[in-house]
Design a protein around this ligand. Structure first.
Ligand SMILES: Cc1ncc(COP(=O)(O)O)c(C=O)c1O
Length: 422
């Protein structure tokens, strides 16, 4: 399917009158949805709008069937043979929290993260450190995008209980070699949890092949509706986790003084679920699978290459992360000397209808250590075309020309407890 036709599948990209829609370069935050996602949700609400599995009437059975078929389809997409290892949640953050707060920690247990984690994979560890006495170790990732295998070995030798790292970074788009990480971690009897929020949208998860213990990702970054997330886990590992929320659907029976938990994944899905959302997420993920992840990533890489090369002579623009686009295909993260990242984003939107994200991208700790106020992030997805990339380049060139460089280097940090940075 050519790109112009594909774009017509996305209602937000359809032309209104003669105007081209804005260049949406913020898919790393939330992706647009194809009509197929909306249709699946509408089908639920119009054809069988009932609670799944609880009642025995036909609508409930149809909803229950759809929900479990979605579980099987998404597990298959993720390379997991066992669909009961897939837990439906609200987002990737909830998946990470389920693991973090579900393990029975001992004081002194160590968790290994990187120095570039999203707050979703940092704050919960800080709380566990304060309340349960766990220790947090962080790998330093070199800025050239290489992976510090020796440093990992060294840290693992200290007796790490869980390695919890991003697969693809939302800040600069680099990916970590998760297969190598799993092998090394398992050699040292450590468990592995990956934050796949940014990788699952364009890279095969291959859960069984990689051998990770847990893998969290979000539907709303991969053509699904908002508030849909998933955690994949090995059955024996899920059995060891204490559920975060208890109530209806989590128990096989209860008396006034006792209950018996259902097996995973149901013990983790308390209360009525987001049935419409999960059916929509399935439709979105299947759309993605039909396009083919290698093709999706190739498209992102080409647009990123176009932008990177077109701006390579702009001395005031500094790209974050590895220099080669092949090592950061989905994300063009950058700073502009002398211009606040939010001003860059506002200018691009107001002047060129280019929608990017600015700030600290929920990785405050990374900016804090470097003393910079933030960066701008353009993220590409399967529906972006070269006109989007050109608009970004045009906007940035105009901005740099119009705004003289008062201060060399990226804008200084404005961190502090009152900072409103996101
Ligand atoms: C790397 C990374 N991890 C976690 C998250 C959180 O995802 P969610 O909002 O689905 O919980 C994000 C969201 O931007 C992310 O980029």
């Amino acid at each position: 399917m050519n790109l112009a036709r594909l774009r017509r599948d996305f209602p937000a990209l359809r032309r209104r009158g003669r105007e081209r829609p804005p260049s949406y370069l913020d898919s790393a935050c939330i992706s647009l949805v194809p009509q197929a996602t909306l249709d699946a949700m509408e089908e639920y609400y119009t054809e069988y709008p009932a609670c799944a599995g609880r009642s025995s009437h036909r609508w409930s059975e149809a909803a229950g069937r759809g929900y479990e078929e979605a579980r099987a389809a998404i597990a298959r997409f993720a390379g997991a043979a066992d669909p009961t290892g897939l837990v439906f949640l609200r987002n990737a953050t909830e998946g990470i929290n389920l693991v973090a707060q579900g393990i029975s920690w001992e004081p002194g247990d160590r968790v290994l993260i990187t120095g570039q984690e999203h707050n979703s994979n940092l704050i919960v560890w800080q709380r566990l450190a304060a309340e349960r006495g766990i220790r947090i170790d962080a790998l330093d990732l070199p800025s050239d995008g290489s992976f510090p295998s020796e440093q990992l070995e060294e840290r693992l030798a200290h007796g790490i209980r869980l390695v919890s790292m991003f697969h693809t970074s939302n800040l600069d788009g680099r990916s970590l070699p998760i297969r190598e990480i799993v092998e090394r971690a398992h050699d040292h009897h450590a468990l592995c949890l990956f934050d796949g929020a940014q990788s699952a949208p364009h890279r095969a998860i291959e859960f069984d092949r990689v051998g990770a213990d847990f893998y969290a990702f979000s539907g709303h970054k991969m053509l699904g509706p908002t508030g849909t997330g998933m955690l994949l886990g090995r059955r024996e590992r899920l059995n060891e986790l204490r559920p975060l929320v208890l109530g209806g659907e989590t128990v096989a029976w209860s008396r006034l003084d006792a209950h018996d938990l259902r097996p995973p994944p149901y013990r983790f899905e308390a209360g009525l679920q987001n049935y419409a959302g999960i059916l929509g997420a399935r439709a979105g993920i299947e759309y993605l699978a039909r396009r083919g992840l290698p093709e999706v990533e190739r498209g992102q890489r080409e647009l990123n290459r176009f932008v990177t090369e077109a701006l390579s002579d702009e001395r005031r623009i500094h790209v974050l992360g590895p220099p080669g686009v092949a090592d950061r295909p989905s994300i063009f993260g950058f700073t502009v000397d002398g211009i606040d990242p939010h001003d860059v984003a506002l200018f691009l939107d107001a002047g060129h209808r280019v929608l990017v994200r600015s700030g600290m991208h929920c990785v405050h700790s990374w900016y804090d250590r470097r003393g910079i106020a933030g960066s701008v992030r353009a993220s590409f997805y399967l529906y972006n075309d070269v006109a989007d990339a050109r608009a970004l380049v045009r906007g940035l060139r105009e901005l740099v020309e119009k705004v003289p460089n008062g201060s060399p280097g990226p804008a200084p940090a404005r961190l502090g407890p009152r900072s409103k940075e996101l």
